[in-house]
Design a binder for this molecule. Structure first.
Ligand code: GAR
Length: 196
């Protein structure tokens, strides 16, 4: 059974989708939900599901990313994860940290990568007049939102969409895509998933 740690910064809806998928014959189980934001809504949702939780607040470390990540690594090593899922974890990671977990760390990003790495993805898709938007799950490498894509889901951009209405449509697909990719990845299969 593969051990999965999930890193969050917010409400944790993707974390919930991942946790709730890891039952029955699924090859993985959640062992830790960790947030860099004390009081993040997802922590309570994880605890309700009986998952161990931890907080490593980034703020006391200021600009010292290495010191923050050293604490993060300490918390993760205690949980001995085989796989780390970033699920709305809003910290940029150093090459040392991404290298440490190379081949074992996944992220979900709300765009059809390689389009729109970084922030404000939905506003950028609307401003560009794109017919489609979506989300991607990828392996985490030193390049921000740049690792190999393991799955994508596509949604139409509708007339009158705002970043918020488009984000809501994409989020529904995120909740289907991330569990589908994790299941495959936990079985050692990196064949990309395409939804719908
Ligand atoms: C999700 O839309 C996720 O794709 C995005 O943050 C949201 C987290 O929601 N991630 C990023 O923007 C990463 N750069 P959640 O906390 O409800 O899962």
């Amino acid at each position: 059974m593969k051990r999965v740690a999930i890193l969050i910064s917010g409400g944790g809806s993707n974390m919930v989708a991942l946790v709730d998928s890891m039952t029955g014959d699924h090859p993985a189980r959640p062992v830790l939900v960790l947030s860099n934001v004390p009081g993040a809504g997802g922590l309570e949702r994880a605890a309700e599901r009986g998952i161990a939780t931890a907080v490593v607040d980034h703020r006391p470390f200021g600009t010292d990313r290495e010191a923050f990540e050293a604490r993060l690594t300490g918390a993760l090593e205690t949980a001995r994860p085989d796989i780390i899922c970033l699920a709305g974890f809003m910290r940029i990671l150093t090459p040392a940290f991404t290298g440490r977990w190379s081949g074992r760390m996944l992220n979900i990003h709300p765009s059809l990568l390689p389009k729109y790495p970084g922030l404000h993805t939905h506003a950028r898709a609307i401003a560009a007049g794109d017919a489609d938007a979506g989300c991607s799950v990828h392996e985490v490498t030193a390049e921000l939102d740049g690792g190999p894509v393991l799955g994508q889901a596509r949604v139409p951009v509708m007339p009158g969409d705002t970043p918020e209405t488009l984000a809501a449509r994409v989020l529904v697909q995120e909740h289907a895509l991330y569990p589908a990719v994790l299941r495959r990845f936990a079985m050692g299969d990196r064949t990309p998933v395409h939804l719908p």
